[in-house]
Ligand binder design. Structure first.
Ligand SMILES: NC(=O)c1ccc[n+]([C@@H]2O[C@H](COP(=O)([O-])OP(=O)(O)OC[C@H]3O[C@@H](n4cnc5c(N)ncnc54)[C@H](O)[C@@H]3O)[C@@H](O)[C@H]2O)c1
Length: 249
């Protein structure tokens, strides 16, 4: 029960890693505010969780700064405090460089990187009060390049840079900020992804997990819960691979 009496905000909670994190946090006693653009999906996840205080499901758009601020305001109002922010919502989009248009670049940066900035900025006054923490889901794609994925890699490398900068700015004030860098996780993001047309698959797959299989979303959720808990009291500013040695060399 590492999150008893803790109010935890989880974005991307309708699916995959966000859903697994919401379920684990609830088992460990958290009061949850779950955000996702998929309103029906996030409401279904909230309804499936049995907890003393039922989770609050909020539809929001991570690509819109106002919507990010609305989610945090709703969370603070409902929970009365915020102890942890899990920035998990994100998208995958890829194509050969010359086919990736301005609109796709803009959408990628707004959702994957802008959301982490705006949600963290809005949550920080609350986290300063509770000496809380933030866990951002970056990616192994933040640590190594992946062909046809320039915008995704840049967005996730930006998440690591934000993580480290916030960690330094707020360490002495008692707020920790960490990132997790998973490799391929078994979620709809990877399950429904279509290879870009006309690509060299060997080039795309050269950075795979060396353990030979994909990761379960629950395994990423376990890493998020560790970093968010008091077990990690002295850990801040890290970008922790959960990647079967993909980025080890
Ligand atoms: N699956 C992987 O292999 C993998 C690997 C490394 C990092 N990640 C990262 O993990 C995070 C979660 O991915 P997942 O694999 O669980 O994918 P997923 O597609 O199962 O879940 C992503 C969730 O984010 C939500 N979302 C998308 N756009 C949104 C928006 N504009 N506003 C609010 N919510 C939005 C979706 O509705 C969905 O519920 C993402 O940031 C992803 O980049 C995933």
């Amino acid at each position: 029960m590492r999150f008893k009496d803790k109010v935890v905000v989880v974005t991307g909670a309708a699916s995959g890693i966000g859903r697994a994190t919401a379920r684990l946090m609830a088992e460990e006693g958290a009061t949850l505010i779950l955000g996702d653009i998929n309103q029906a999906g996030v409401e279904a996840v909230a309804a499936s969780i049995t907890a003393a205080t039922p989770p609050l499901a909020v539809a929001f758009d991570a690509g819109d700064p106002e919507s990010c601020r609305m989610l945090i305001a709703r969370a603070a109002e409902a929970g009365g405090r915020i102890d942890m922010l899990c920035n998990i919502a994100g998208i995958l989009d890829w194509a050969p460089l010359d086919q990736f248009g301005d609109d796709r670049w803009d959408r990628m940066l707004r959702i994957n990187l802008g959301s982490v900035f705006f949600l963290s900025q809005a949550a920080m006054p609350h986290l300063l009060e509770t000496k809380g923490n933030i866990v951002n889901i970056a990616s192994a794609a933040a640590l190594v390049g992946i062909a046809y994925s320039e915008a995704y890699c840049a967005s996730k490398a930006g998440v690591v840079a934000l993580t480290k900068s916030m960690a330094i700015e707020f360490a002495a004030k008692g707020v920790r900020v960490n990132a997790i860098c998973p490799t391929g996780v078994k979620t709809p993001m990877t399950g429904e992804a279509k290879w870009p047309e006309g690509i060299d698959l060997n080039l795309l797959m050269r950075n795979a997990s060396k353990m030979g299989d994909m990761i379960e979303p629950e395994e990423v959720a376990a890493a998020i819960a560790f970093l968010g808990s008091n077990d990690a009291r002295t850990i801040s500013g890290i970008a922790m691979p959960v990647d079967g040695a993909q980025t080890a060399g």
